[in-house]
Ligand binder design. Structure first.
Ligand SMILES: [Zn+2]
Length: 375
């Protein structure tokens, strides 16, 4: 077993954490100031599903013990637990895990948008889009990586990136930020230019080569896609910083256009990669980056009062254990370079959050969200 020490620098957040920001604020609980009835309060207008890939309880713990300020995730009071296993294995991969969240079916590892028999299931994102609900995907991996792919693609092979990319234009996602541009304009499978196809469908498409995401002002267009890398985006420690801003941009973009609400999926993709690398510093830095995105989303949800935020992981990665040390200087061990099979916490805030308490299958996240968001 390999032993690591992670000595993590203090992270200074741009906004302070105060008790007045915590929990259900007046916008949600003050009945006298609201014209909407109780029934309407129990159903959100908007849903933000945030997935920390490879984020189990110990990844959260390691991040909490590595900062001086509380994490944004600590504001959340409603917590549940999901059973993460896939159809064919006690230990899920990200494809089966995200398919459970996206489409409500247990499937085999590596399958996207299909049940274990290979039957297609329309994702919550696609269903929302077809009902006129605005949709968005924001990730720190490629946009064709397993987690986002489960929301728009149908494939038995999560690594068939060219084929997965070909399913994106028709899903008509309104706001897209992630890596993987090469799977769209320099494909191995064929000579298609999917970026041209997206432009023909009314997308404004741009990328990291044209400008830094940090200085990008989202244009006033119906649909937008920003490719943050040709392949995988950088780790946060190597300078990637777009996830929090892209999350805030997505909320602004979608809420301004959403006459019927919006569904946004945000993934902190590389927590998992830190786990596979058995690199505690990588895990913690990605957790803190993801938590900055969580902060942007919770700030929006608290102001808005009609947005349900559900935050969870698909599985643990690395079997991370905290075996000592002290605040800011943890002794972390890993038991595997793969995933583990433990249950995973679910954190929920906003209208309908209470339905996420308890212990349930990962597929129930889809069913609960569908009941709350769709007609
Ligand atoms: Zn993984």
């Amino acid at each position: 077993m390999r032993l690591y020490r992670s000595f993590f620098l203090l992270i200074f957040f741009s906004s302070c954490y105060t008790s007045t920001q915590i929990g259900m604020t007046g916008a949600v609980v003050d009945l006298s100031s609201s014209k909407v009835g109780d029934e309407k309060k129990a159903r959100p207008r908007n849903v933000v599903l945030m997935i920390g890939d490879g984020m189990g309880l110990n990844q959260l713990s390691a991040a909490m013990y590595s900062t001086t300020e509380p994490l944004a995730m600590e504001r959340i009071k409603t917590i549940g637990i999901h059973k993460s296993h896939s159809a064919d294995d006690l230990i899920t991969d990200s494809a089966a895990g995200a398919t459970a969240f996206a489409s409500g079916v247990k499937t085999n590892n590596s399958y996207l948008g299909l049940d274990a028999a290979g039957k297609k299931h329309t994702s919550l994102l696609r269903q929302a889009g077809s009902q006129g609900i605005k949709t968005g995907l924001v990730v720190s991996s490629t946009i064709v990586h397993a987690t986002p792919a489960a929301f728009f693609a149908y494939n038995t092979n999560r690594n068939a990136y060219d084929s997965i990319a070909a399913d994106l234009p028709d899903a008509r996602v309104d706001f897209i930020v992630g890596g993987g541009k090469k799977y769209f304009d320099r494909r191995k499978d064929d000579t298609l230019n999917l970026i041209t196809r997206m432009r023909e469908q009314g997308y404004f498409v741009t990328d990291y080569f044209e400008q830094d995401y940090a200085s990008w002002a989202v244009p006033d267009v119906p649909r937008v896609a920003f490719f943050t890398a040709d392949g995988d985006p950088l780790p946060a420690v190597n300078g990637r910083d777009y996830l929090p801003k892209a999350s805030a941009d997505a909320l602004n973009f979608l809420s301004r256009r959403a006459r019927k609400g919006f569904f946004l999926m945000i993934e902190g993709s590389q927590i998992d990669w830190g786990g596979h690398a058995n690199d505690a510093g990588y895990v913690i830095s990605e957790m803190i980056d993801f938590d900055r995105a969580v902060r942007a989303v919770l700030d929006f949800a608290e102001r808005d009062g009609n947005t349900l935020v559900v935050i969870t992981g698909d599985h643990d990665a690395g079997g991370l254990t905290i075996n000592g040390g002290k605040q800011g200087d943890l002794v972390c061990q890993f038991s595997t370079v793969k995933h583990t099979g433990g249950c995973i916490p679910v954190y929920a805030y906003g209208p309908g959050a209470e339905t996420f308490s308890g212990i349930y299958d990962n597929t129930q996240i889809y069913h609960k969200l569908k009941k709350l968001l769709l007609n």
